[in-house]
Ligand binder design. Structure first.
Ligand code: OAD
Ligand code: ZN
Length: 247
């Protein structure tokens, strides 16, 4: 792939880089996206699964669905896009991932500065006493929702559902990193879910060079400085190869 000289110049002189990622970056790991051709939300309605009332109404069904997602995630791993992003840390001092994904694949690929805007499917907490159950000593599998061993309350995945607030400190830190970045990559996201989608817009407003990597044009395509259309698992390693040539 041939890259624009303007982009290569930005890449050469950048000190601080942010990767804002969405479900599309994990598509090549075999995890279905939410929207688009094979998107989950084409088949299942978010309001039936991804909100607190749905959980209270049918906790076992919601629990089982997330366990199913978790099984898919556990059986797969990071793909070349996650790995390339983690490797950027070898070439730049200031690399941050701000992700909408809950699949933990950036961590598993080796990225060390990851802000998870929508939570993490590996983590859980009690809806009553808020006790956290982040380890596997507690039985988290199966078709029925577990109960808290402290108070008996229902245990839910630590995922931001529709109508819920994002973790404010995580969002604020991610936003600040994006605004101070020299380049902000927007990888595999439809960029339609707010407030998460404010992150790249804020970066652009603050003067960052916005680069989109997606298989197709999105809401943010008309705003970005540079669009690269193709699979993240193919494009991100090629960008990393360019970076290696600067050394
Ligand atoms: P979406 O499913 O909305 O968008 C996925 C994007 O990835 C689309 O723009 C696809 O074109 C693109 N894509 C698919 N395969 C790709 C590939 N191999 N390489 C590059 N791009 C690819 O996912 P998000 O934008 O992450 O919220 O959705 C945002 C939020 O909506 C999610 O975090 C989730 C959902 O409701 C919560 O769970 C709280
Ligand atoms: Zn409890």
């Amino acid at each position: 792939m041939l890259f624009d000289n303007d982009f290569l110049d930005q890449l050469r002189k950048a000190k601080s880089i942010v990767f804002f990622t969405g479900a599309g970056i994990s598509a090549e790991s075999g995890i279905p996206t939410f929207r688009g051709k094979d998107g989950i939300w084409n088949k299942l309605k978010p309001e039936e699964l991804a909100n607190f009332n749905a959980f209270l109404k049918n906790p076992d069904m919601v629990w089982e669905w997330y366990q199913h997602r978790k099984t898919i995630i556990n059986e797969t791993g990071p793909n070349p896009a996650h790995v390339a992003i983690a490797e950027f840390e070898k070439y730049y001092n200031d690399v941050t991932v701000v992700t909408q994904n809950v699949d933990n694949l950036h961590h598993r690929a080796g990225s060390t500065h990851v802000f998870e805007l929508h939570g993490n499917i590996e983590k859980n907490y009690c809806i009553d006493c808020l006790e956290r159950f982040d380890d596997t000593t507690f039985e988290m599998t199966g078709k029925t929702v577990p109960h808290c061993d402290k108070c008996g309350g229902l245990i839910r995945p630590d995922i931001v559902w529709f109508g819920e607030f994002l973790p404010q400190d995580v969002f604020a830190k991610g936003e600040q990193k994006a605004e101070n970045s020299d380049i902000c990559f927007v990888v595999g996201t439809s960029a339609v879910v707010y407030p998460a989608a404010y992150i790249p817009l804020g970066a652009k407003r603050a003067g960052s060079f916005l680069v989109e990597v997606n298989i197709e044009p999105t809401e943010i395509s008309s705003t970005v400085d540079y669009s690269l259309f193709g699979k993240a698992g193919e494009i991100m390693p090629q960008i990393l190869e360019q970076v290696k040539l600067f050394i």
